[in-house]
Design a protein around this ligand. Structure first.
Ligand SMILES: [Fe+2]
Ligand SMILES: [Fe+2]
Length: 433
């Protein structure tokens, strides 16, 4: 096998490996699509070989290793001295650095296209990237020569979550691996939310003024953030409705039933506020659509099961989001965002307090079995240590961005509270009941 054939085979294997790894890698992670301009300046060569063109890339990051990305890139450039160059291949990143590996098709003026390798270690921060690009030529009269250049690129980027734009939901992501906006709707242990629709009855005035201070990527990130919050708040309405039926099956007192229904109405209000913000940042109406899972069969529960579910979803889950929402409110500069987060943080804290009262009632009604189940469940609460606070720009924080890291630190705090209140001694539990 000659050198060009080996290079082609090598690149094909690299691309096939990346394309095979991407869907699994991105399933519960996130990715970035970039597009922009690229300028290449030869080192030691003719200035005729300066190239200017366009570049696009996609990088996918696993939720389990947020700093490791894999993906692909493509570049197309015109050369100042005439001719053109196209590069395509795979890339990998670690933190702010990485490397591209692929093929280059180079067609200098007056010459037919010739094949080379593309090898380029790079550094990328925000909207800019710089690389050293080596091009060992494989075919034609330039075979055996080595071109090397500096390339600089300026590009926009767009976040893509779950690999397929938030296709996280309805795919079986278990509660353990995701912290949501308030009480989750779980069916068979899986998180479920509605589809996204365009009903202005939820989203309010579609002609609300847009936020001109934002770049398109920032606007897109905020639209997705508030759309996710909208879907999760909307699902909480069903979560409380189903909770009320389970409570009735166990003969709960009227005050608890009243507060659970009140909480469901709070969640309708939260969903509308989030829909209005999502629509404003998206520049089009966004609303929660149909949610068939709201009618999924409701499991019969005993006091222990209800107490454990409430501990996880309410005492910890809703308290976590109450804390994160309060933190986001304090950072918010946008008046509508601030108002929404003020209401949401207040209500979610009340829902968490309601959850602790539900747990206390379950303990009173169910006795030692419930206490033992709660103590065991508290000890098994996920630690949240997988999440870290990433770099989030001020424009996003000013408009209510809640980072995974903020949720994680709030989670750790609430987990400690649950352990303190429920374990390990029997006297602690009795004192609380
Ligand atoms: Fe809630
Ligand atoms: Fe809520």
């Amino acid at each position: 096998m000659n050198t060009p054939s080996r290079a082609l085979l090598f690149t094909a294997v690299a691309l096939a490996t990346v394309s095979h790894a991407l869907p699994a890698h991105a399933e519960d992670g996130f990715g970035y699509v970039t597009a922009g301009l690229v300028l290449s300046i030869p080192l030691g060569g003719s200035l005729d070989q300066i190239g200017l063109g366009v570049e696009t890339s996609y990088n996918s990051y696993s939720a389990r290793a947020e700093v490791l990305g894999v993906g692909g890139f493509a570049q197309a450039q015109l050369l100042f001295g005439g001719g053109w160059r196209v590069d395509v291949g795979a890339q990998g990143t670690v933190w702010f650095g990485g490397a591209e590996l692929g093929l280059a098709l180079v067609a200098p003026r007056w010459r037919s296209p010739q094949l080379g390798l593309h090898v380029a270690p790079f550094a990328s921060v925000g909207y800019g990237a710089a690389a050293f690009r080596w091009t060992p030529m494989l075919t034609g009269p330039m075979a055996g020569t080595l071109g090397y250049e500096i390339t600089v690129a300026g590009k926009f980027w767009w976040g893509v979550e779950g690999g397929r734009v938030r296709d996280l939901y309805n795919r079986g992501c278990h509660f353990d691996c995701v912290i949501v906006t308030g009480r989750p709707l779980l069916v068979d242990g899986h998180l479920v939310v509605a589809s996204v629709d365009r009903d202005p009855a939820w989203s309010g005035d579609p002609d609300a003024p847009s936020d001109d201070a934002l770049t398109p990527p920032q606007r897109s990130a905020l639209a997705e953030h508030w759309t996710r919050s909208m879907r999760e708040e909307h699902a909480s309405v069903a979560a409380f409705a189903r909770l009320s039926l389970q409570l009735m099956s166990l003969g709960a007192p009227p005050e608890l039933l009243r507060r659970v229904h009140r909480a469901a109405i709070d969640e309708v209000d939260h969903a509308r506020r989030c829909a209005a913000l999502a629509s404003r940042f998206a520049g089009e109406p966004r609303s929660p659509g149909a949610l068939p899972a709201a009618c999924a069969p409701i499991a019969a529960v005993d006091h222990a099961t209800l107490a454990v579910d409430t501990l996880r979803e309410g005492c910890v889950g809703e308290a976590v989001f109450a804390g994160a929402a309060a933190r986001a409110r304090d950072r918010a500069t946008d008046p509508a965002v601030r108002e929404a987060l003020t209401v949401i943080a207040r209500d979610e804290a009340e829902h968490a307090a309601l959850a602790w009262d539900l747990v206390a009632w379950c303990m009173e009604a169910g006795g030692d079995t419930v206490r033992e189940a709660l103590r065991a469940a508290a000890g098994e609460l996920p630690t949240g240590e997988r999440q870290r606070e990433g770099i989030v720009d001020g424009a996003l924080l000013g408009r209510g961005w809640v980072s995974e890291g903020a949720l994680a630190s709030s989670w750790k705090h609430r987990r400690r509270e649950a352990l303190r209140r429920l374990g390990p001694t029997r006297s602690t539990v009795r004192a609380m009941a």
